[in-house]
Ligand binder design. Structure first.
Ligand SMILES: NC(=O)c1ccc[n+]([C@@H]2O[C@H](COP(=O)([O-])OP(=O)(O)OC[C@H]3O[C@@H](n4cnc5c(N)ncnc54)[C@H](O)[C@@H]3O)[C@@H](O)[C@H]2O)c1
Length: 362
């Protein structure tokens, strides 16, 4: 294994797993081969990622019973139909309980392949090989898997931890700018919800990060993974603290559903959602306006949207928020904050106040 690999772990007893972050990891199978157990492997990727990186993985699997599946790219394909295609590929491979799925791609492929792995024969192994910033800092870690329904984001899914996360930072060089920026929304989220020092670090390192400075990016990814690994280890199935990772997501998921999957990228929707959560917190007297402004400034600096797209139906947004997984007993539960680095769970916020907030422009 190359020496520049940053190594972290998600500590979950017998289900603990490594996170490896570094340049060139995919090309050298000694970086990841040890994380596969049985002989059968299905590599799931998408039409943008496969032409760029699939060969690197396949070359390292020459002695496996191997199959590959290339799915259409994008959120609009994070569906039960795509999951069925993965099941068909597993059946074609005669995949048994010791088979492994490798998810090579962004969060869409990771969520889909992980969900298929959770279901196939009641659960087989899978390895995350994230190729977007968003997937490296967030979706590949923590074992949330699932698909969207027309009625709402991620409504069908399972907790199923991967066997390993292998983040080859070289793959970020081909990531389109808009996708990179969307990944920074989840990065900023970590600072906003519980790490004011990291938030300040992002304020000072924004230019280097946007210029894709490899050291700044690797530091950033490792920091986010460490924060998420800690939270997941303490609260794997979101009975408490893990819910804070959804800062901005109740609004964000509703926006994705109502605007149409893929029209706003997930990270963009989260950026807008975090601004609304901060504004609501200020309105409820929980936080200062200055904190909302600081968040908005940082998101803007990273080229992210902060306003709800004009013409979005506020009532439809509120209806989508009522289907959010954090809600309990039919009541909205939101993640709000007391300022940068201090998010908390809020129950029973008046729906009229939220509707009014959703109607506001800017
Ligand atoms: N499971 C979780 O805990 C969790 C957390 C956060 C987000 N998510 C989910 O993640 C998804 C968003 O993930 P995403 O932003 O990675 O989207 P994505 O998977 O759609 O990838 C974004 C786009 O970039 C392309 N791409 C990926 N890697 C590339 C590369 N290296 N070079 C060039 N193009 C590349 C993809 O083909 C796609 O078109 C959403 O569905 C969201 O709900 C899940």
């Amino acid at each position: 294994m190359s020496s520049a690999v940053r190594k972290l772990a998600v500590e979950l007893g017998a289900r603990s797993y490594p996170i490896r972050i570094g340049a060139g990891l995919l090309s050298d199978p000694t970086n990841w081969r040890d994380t596969l157990s049985g002989k059968q492997v299905l590599v799931v990727s998408d039409e943008h990622v496969a032409p760029l990186y699939l060969d690197r993985v396949v070359t390292g699997l020459h002695d496996a019973a191997l199959s590959t599946l290339i799915l259409p790219a994008g959120e609009a394909h994070k569906t039960l139909d795509s999951t069925t295609r993965i099941f068909a590929a597993l059946a074609e491979l005669n995949a048994s309980r010791d088979a492994t799925i490798i998810a090579l791609g962004g969060g869409v492929i990771g969520d889909l392949a992980g969900f298929a792995a959770a279901c196939w024969m009641r659960g087989i192994a899978f390895v995350q090989m994230p190729t977007t910033l968003l997937a490296m800092v967030d979706s590949s870690v923590g074992g949330k898997t699932g698909v969207d329904l027309p009625q709402g984001k991620n409504l069908v899914g399972a907790f199923h931890q991967p066997r390993a996360v292998i983040a080859d930072t070289d793959t970020l060089s081909s990531l389109p700018d808009r996708e990179l920026r969307a990944g920074f929304a989840e990065v900023i989220k970590y600072g906003a919800l519980g790490d004011a020092q990291f938030f300040a670090w992002l304020e000072t390192h924004a230019d280097a990060l946007l210029a894709r400075d490899p050291h700044a990016l690797a530091d950033c990814i490792a920091h986010c993974c460490a924060q998420k690994a800690g939270i997941v280890a303490r609260d794997e199935t979101e009975r408490g603290e893990r819910a804070l990772l959804n800062f901005g997501h109740s609004f964000g998921h509703a926006l994705e559903t109502v605007c149409g999957y893929g029209s706003l990228l997930h990270g963009e929707a989260v950026a807008i959602g975090m601004c609304r959560a901060a504004r609501l917190s200020a309105r409820l007297g929980m936080a200062a306006d200055a904190d909302s402004q600081r968040l908005r400034d940082l998101l803007t600096r990273f080229g992210l949207p902060t306003a709800i797209p004009a013409g979005t139906d506020a009532d439809a947004l509120l209806a989508a928020m009522r289907l959010d997984k954090k809600n309990a007993s039919g009541r909205l539960r939101l993640i709000l904050w007391r300022g940068v680095g201090r998010a908390e769970i809020a129950e029973g916020v008046d729906e009229g106040t939220i509707r009014e907030l959703l109607r506001e422009s800017g």
